[in-house]
Design a protein around this ligand. Structure first.
Ligand code: GAL
Length: 682
């Protein structure tokens, strides 16, 4: 008992003191008794916004398609309607007695295709699981004792692996709680944001792409990316005539007219020492010999982008040190043009002038000035348009102005064009005949004719090729008609393989782990694009820290590097936190993406929630990712046979940049929930 309170009772006079003691004692007994009494807390009374699910939104007291919760003909007025695969974490801190629910596939599913399995984990141990339930199987009930459980996981799996129709109900779901504790829902269990990338050394180290393609006569720009103490000076041996290097900035500029391959040795020097690296320049028909690395405005600003924000991003790319790791492009996405849908005066104005030249909106008063500013930092500039009359956001597109727009992009000085299908769907379906000023866009995203799907990309591809500068050409049409099979034939340097990504585990992992069919089509000059990165502060105009956990972010970056994906940071670079910065500056990890062999990793082994990816590298080694898609830490073993190798091999942990010794036949490691172990094996 608190000794400061005790004397006060002593001071109370006679009977009054006794009464006070009796009343206080009674109150304490009452409180204690009340606290230990179990209270029922309904799952639907908790915040269901924390549910992760593969399709649709979680519904309180309704099915995922917003009907009354119904299982085997019985209607329930309380519960959670979700969709497999679904996870919900609940913090209980040992205060729960039990959890009960009636579960099944909601009767709203008519097809017999649905397969679900409900599982309940307490602190990573499976406590209960339902039978594998199909549509029409009715309900199963559970009542699980939760004594001592800190973190509970309510999970719905789809054992068939195909999530179609997996409408899953946790009906009449409730906790029996003790100690007056109210459960707290979480989208993921708490995780420590471990900083893994070692800090760069003071001595120079040259990073970034070790090869660059350029077309004869096009302006050449390459900035030597190097970490290490400043001041630093740069030099180059065997630089071909036509190019010159600024020794203070490390920028190589000029033009080359002769076809050929030039082997250059780059050198960076500071008071701590120097380092050299070979660099290949290929003058020919191909550019983008390694995937582009940079930033794009969409995932953070979407329709709220402006020239000031883009300039601030470019400056932050340099000031943060990211440019020293090879991050180069600064790309403006949608909303630099005028828009038909909005009333915002900064987005309203003429789409084109009397000569048909595209007009930027009031937020972008000087497009050439913007590109010049980006170049003045040693970086490259990117822009966005659509083959249709309107972009996806409702801004003016390039339809019927393709040659003029390509020439304008080049004249302004842009080095990259993302070309987004959207309203071209209407053109493809013959719905747009008259004035391009008639906003007729509706998204149906899906012509089923490859000739029609590829036509507008070929038109712009040829227009870009006719320009006196190299413009990276990024096809954005969400993977329609297996674009990876024909993207290169329309001059594409990269093509999106799927719909848009968002900062959820289900979106990122679904996209990232489904790239195998496109993998054989990637190579120097033409890359599969699984969409932009969702780390840091993202939010499409409403910024928030990414909802991916730290381990999920390691998975995201590792996987995108293994996939030889274009790496476009999607966050607000002026608000980089130390974890995100550390994640984006691991030169050994980025070197996997930038490897000059240009082979994309594929799955070499897959079982349950475990995946092993391998990517052959130009030095004969392999980059290997061991991924755990499951909800609990798992031991994963990779055998050298799976990698097509044998013997006693070196293993290096790329995130920690640490050798792990030589290992015979295999290597085994525990991989955290939704996490990765990324190695180089040779
Ligand atoms: C989408 C595209 C996004 C973004 C957006 C702009 O179609 O996939 O990456 O560019 O349009 O409106």
């Amino acid at each position: 008992m608190n000794s400061k309170i005790l004397p006060r009772f002593k001071c109370l006079p006679g009977r009054a003191g006794q009464w006070t003691l009796m009343i206080t004692g009674g109150l304490l007994f009452f409180l204690a008794a009340g606290a230990s009494k179990a209270a029922t807390i309904w799952l639907d009374d908790l915040d269901l916004g924390a549910v992760n699910q593969s399709w649709g939104d979680p519904h309180k007291n309704r099915s995922v398609e917003d009907h009354p919760l119904t299982l085997g003909g019985q209607v329930f007025d309380r519960g959670l309607g979700t969709h497999a695969e679904s996870t919900l974490y609940v913090r209980l801190e040992g205060n729960a007695k039990s959890f009960s629910a009636t579960v099944g596939v909601d009767d709203e599913v008519q097809s017999n295709a649905a397969t679900v399995q409900f599982q309940i984990y307490g602190d990573n141990h499976l406590l209960w699981q339902s039978r594998v339930l199909h549509s029409g199987d009715g309900a199963q009930t559970c009542n699980v004792v939760l004594k001592g459980v800190q973190i509970l996981l309510l999970k719905v799996d789809d054992p068939s692996g195909d999530i179609s129709f997996a409408h899953a109900d946790w009906a009449a779901a409730s906790f029996e709680m003790a100690n007056g504790f109210r459960p707290v829902t979480l989208s993921s269990p708490d995780e420590v944001a471990q900083i893994l990338t070692p800090a760069p050394r003071a001595k120079p180290r040259i990073n970034g792409a070790a090869i660059q393609g350029v077309r004869p006569g096009s302006p050449f720009l390459y900035t030597i990316a190097a970490t290490g103490e400043r001041p630093m000076t740069f030099s180059a041996k065997h630089l071909p005539d036509g190019l010159s290097l600024d020794p203070l900035t490390g920028r190589i500029t000029g033009t080359l007219n002769q076809l050929g391959t030039y082997q250059v040795t780059l050198k960076a020097k500071n008071r701590r020492g120097s380092s050299t690296r070979s660099f290949t320049i290929v003058v020919g028909s191909q550019i983008a010999l390694t995937p582009p690395m940079g930033w794009n405005s969409w995932n953070c600003f979407a329709g709220a982008v402006s020239e000031d924000k883009v300039k601030a991003a470019a400056k932050a790319l340099v000031d943060s040190g990211l440019a020293d790791h090879g991050w180069t492009y600064v790309n403006v996405d949608d909303f630099w043009q005028n828009n038909y849908r909005t009333k915002d005066p900064t987005l309203r104005g003429p789409y084109r002038d009397a000569q048909g030249n595209i007009q930027p909106n009031a937020r972008f008063p000087d497009m050439k000035g913007l590109a010049d500013y980006i170049h003045s930092l040693g970086l490259k500039a990117g822009l966005y348009s659509s083959p249709g009359p309107w972009t996806c956001g409702g801004c003016a597109g390039s339809w019927r102005h393709e040659a003029q727009d390509a020439a304008q992009d080049a004249a302004w000085g842009f080095d990259y064009l993302k070309y987004d299908w959207c309203s071209y769907e209407d053109v493809a379906q013959g719905k747009v005949h008259s004035s391009p000023d008639l906003p007729t866009w509706q998204s149906s995203h899906g012509t089923n004719d490859t000739a029609v799907a590829s036509y507008p990309y070929n038109v712009m591809g040829l227009c870009l090729r006719a320009q006196p500068r190299d413009i990276f050409y990024s096809l954005c049409q969400y993977g329609m008609r297996d674009v990876w099979k024909w993207g290169e034939s329309v001059q594409g340097n990269a093509w999106r393989t799927t719909g848009d990504i968002n900062d959820s585990w289900s979106s990122m992992s679904r996209i990232g782990f489904s790239q195998d069919p496109a993998a054989p089509y990637a190579g120097p000059g033409h890359w599969n694009d699984p969409d932009m990165l969702v780390v840091g502060k993202v939010g499409w105009g409403h910024l928030h820290p990414t909802r991916l956990t730290p381990n999920e972010q390691y998975t995201h970056i590792s996987l995108w590097c293994l996939l030889s994906a274009p790496l476009l940071i999607g966050c607000d670079l002026t608000q980089l936190d130390p974890f995100t910065l550390n994640l984006l500056e691991n030169d050994e990890v980025l070197a996997v993406d930038q490897d000059i062999l240009g082979r994309e990793a594929t799955t070499v082994w897959k079982e349950g929630t475990e995946r092993i990816y391998a990517k052959p590298l130009s030095d004969g080694s392999k980059a290997v990712g061991l991924f755990n898609l499951g909800e609990t830490p798992t031991q994963i073993k990779v055998t050298w046979t799976e990698l097509g190798l044998k013997g006693k091999l070196h293993v290096r942990d790329l995130w920690r940049q640490k050798d792990l010794g030589r290992h015979k036949d295999s290597y085994t490691v525990t991989v955290p929930r939704h996490g990765v172990a990324l190695f180089k094996v040779w």
